[in-house]
Design a protein around this ligand. Sequence first.
Ligand SMILES: Nc1ncnc2c1ncn2[C@@H]1O[C@H](COP(=O)(O)OP(=O)(O)OP(=O)(O)O)[C@@H](O)[C@H]1O
Ligand SMILES: [Mg+2]
Length: 418
Amino acid sequence: METTPQILVVGSDPMLKEEFEAAVSNLRRWKPVVHFVRSTRQAVEVARSRRPEVVCMQLEADPRTLKTFAEEIEASAPDSVVVALYRPENLGFGEGEHSVVIEAMRAQVRDFLRRPLAGPELQQLLDRLLRKPVEVKRDLGKIISFVSNKGGVGKSTMSVSVACEVARRLPPGRVLLVDVSLHLGSCAPMLDLAPPTSLAHAARERNRLDETLLRKLTVRHECGLDLLGAPIDAVEAADIDDEALSRTLTLARRTYDWVIVDTFPMLDGMIMAILDLSDRAYVVVQNTVPNVIGAARLLPVIRHLGFPEERTRIVLNNNFERAPGGLTLPDVEARLDADVDHVIPYQKKLITALNTGRPYILHGTQLFGFGKSIRRLVDDLMSDVPEDDGVAEEAPAARPQPKRARPGQNPKTAFAGE
Ligand SMILES: Nc1ncnc2c1ncn2[C@@H]1O[C@H](COP(=O)(O)OP(=O)(O)OP(=O)(O)O)[C@@H](O)[C@H]1O
Ligand SMILES: [Mg+2]
């Protein structure tokens, strides 16, 4: 079903009209009516009479113009959302540009659109701003897993970051992070936690495990997530098998709204048990040749296991595209024979975050780069995870493979200006 929001575009650049018209013609689900005006004065008048859902204004070097404008829009059309249009070449990492972004956020600017405008980016913005988030059902949570057949690609970094970001959007105790890294868990140190119990205890107690006991085996992080830690050594890990893991995860999703599972680089029965229960699996890959070859082999295996393509997302993490000799996004997509859904850029401060146990997503910026990309991944996740229709609760079976529904995501957005 198509929806027709109104978009008001403000600016004197003649290219704006052309860019918006082209971008609008490529939209799915949305069929917006776009009004163009040249001055902020005209914009306020149009906003008052037409009450557009979205007002887009060019981000100027002087943020005060935007601030005054946003205040006027707020007074005349309080339900309209102000979005700043920017050109990446004018918005780098320099002090000046950085402060423009901060000022824009202070001026109640809710989002940003990159110019020249691309259809997928506009699609993503409308999805983000105007689509109602899916109500999370209290009785059955979502299981989200991060997988790869290569080590060190960022599965734990992604799991911890996504779990923290989801947790901070919800009341405490609604998100469980499960560290299934049987060889050596890393979620606990990443969160500066030292859980006295682990997944191995849940496995040992499988016959009397209930919601209360499961919660008791976890440890709470200040952002509100609960962590079920990895076993401390190989002896403990030996108590965990596919069946114990399935039972624990099945109970976990009755206890929590979101269950985020960090895995280890191997495709064995344990990972298959996790996939069987996952509402979404993120395949994490880095853009180096061995990594991409690994992922290219993993994807068909996952498909052949009966895991629906529409529940799979590909994350290109730690993007080295700008490094000399780095594979480009089109290279990666061509070798994978699949689209990349999310690009997570390199963030040098992750090392400090790792060593101090203070997750970057909670303490670093979300305006650009790594923080922004994770925020967008979580936006997509929380608004787009399918209902429980096809997920078997106790005895997962192979499922058909409908054509994958794209999430309206433009991964290329993470490359420019970030
Ligand atoms: N986007 C990124 N930018 C910079 N560093 C990153 C990024 N993602 C991950 N790293 C770093 O890469 C290293 C490996 O990450 P991580 O431990 O998350 O990988 P993994 O896939 O979980 O590894 P394993 O397979 O051993 O469990 C860590 O030092 C982490 O800080
Ligand atoms: Mg790991």
